[in-house]
Design a protein around this ligand. Structure first.
Ligand code: NDP
Length: 295
């Protein structure tokens, strides 16, 4: 019987994850179908309950449900619990387990960007949504000593810092008000800048002015395209990376959780590139999805 895996979001009209995961199933000859379920928040509990049946290998969860799904699962991994966000579900009998594979995806992207250089210990993170939670947790686990979060709505940044509480007790994790002069002062003390806001996703804007980017910065934008921030950072002499590797590797980790098999990463990468060339955007990259998430 064909097994089912679903992506639950609102909306989910097109999806790079769909192309990438179906290619992985097909490549390994696994009889499974990756479906897109558009469910508004009110319908989420019903959709999650459906996943308990034997038909399903599991699910991906995306905007705007990553945090909302937490109380609907039976168990969570340490990553999901600590970040307070779930992007992957697996089934253990009729019980549902919540995972956060964005953390693993971010680690691959960070390691690749830093390359052979010594891993820095200070970072600036722009944003405080679901993506930023995975980033901040990834930095905590990597042994960063100071991470400063800037978010448009300061209280959301502060809430996130509070949420990490004990896991960040040994280091300096703080939220600061979004003022250019404060961001500039922090950037002068750091080597890593991560954009985890959706600024630059829908239009060609950058979260910060090019003048405050210094050549020794490494700039990672979670958005899966050459954003204005990345172009300006490259012109300023910075090392840059976009969100492709994070998207690919969060997907690869989810695939392994569902199937117990190593993910065919090359086939997934190829499908991702082809879907993107066809104009498919990531679910997180849909205008409606971002608005629905209240961004
Ligand atoms: P959320 O909706 O949870 O968070 C959106 C974030 O962007 C918030 O911090 C929000 O600030 C900020 N923001 C949005 N619009 C503006 C604006 N006009 N000015 C200032 N701040 C703004 O989304 P996610 O965290 O899930 O996703 C954020 C980005 O990261 C998206 O672009 C998504 O595509 C990308 N992403 C990529 C992944 C990958 O695998 N490559 C994985 C996850 C995310 P506020 O709280 O003040 O509203």
């Amino acid at each position: 019987m064909t097994k089912r895996v679903v992506l639950i979001g609102h909306p989910v009209a097109h999806s790079l994850s769909g192309a990438m995961q179906q290619a992985a199933f097909d490549h390994l000859g696994i009889d499974a179908l990756y479906e897109l379920w558009d469910r508004p928040p009110a319908k989420l509990p019903e959709a999650i309950a459906e996943l308990r049946s034997d038909d399903f290998l599991g699910a991906n969860i995306t905007i705007p449900h990553k945090e909302r799904v937490v109380p609907l699962v039976d168990r969570q991994t340490e990553e999901a619990h600590t970040t307070g966000a779930i992007n992957t579900l697996t089934r253990d009998g009729r019980k549902l387990v919540g995972h956060n594979t964005d953390v693993a995806g971010f680690k691959v992207a960070l390691d690749r960007m830093v390359g052979r250089q010594k891993m820095p210990r200070h970072a600036v993170v722009l944003g405080a949504g679901g993506g930023a939670r995975a980033v901040v947790y990834g930095l905590i686990r990597e042994g960063f000593q100071r991470v400063v979060v800037f978010n448009r709505h300061l209280h959301r940044g502060e809430q996130m810092v509070k949420h990490f509480g004990r896991s960040a007790a040994h280091m300096d994790l703080r939220a600061m008000p979004w003022h250019e002069s404060i961001i500039e002062a922090e950037l002068s003390k750091t080597k890593i800048l991560v954009n985890a806001t959706s600024i630059g996703l829908m239009d060609d804007t950058s979260p910060i002015p090019a003048e405050i980017l210094t050549p020794d910065l490494m700039v990672l934008d979670l958005i899966y395209k050459q954003t204005r921030l990345l172009r300006e950072a490259a012109s300023s002499g910075c090392t840059t990376a976009d969100g492709e590797l994070m998207l690919l590797h969060q997907g690869a980790a989810a695939f392994t959780l569902w199937t117990g098999q190593p993910a065919p990463v090359d086939a997934m990468h190829e499908a991702l590139t082809a879907a993107r060339a066809d104009g498919v955007t990531s679910v997180e990259g849909e205008p409606g999805a971002v608005q629905a998430a209240g961004a």
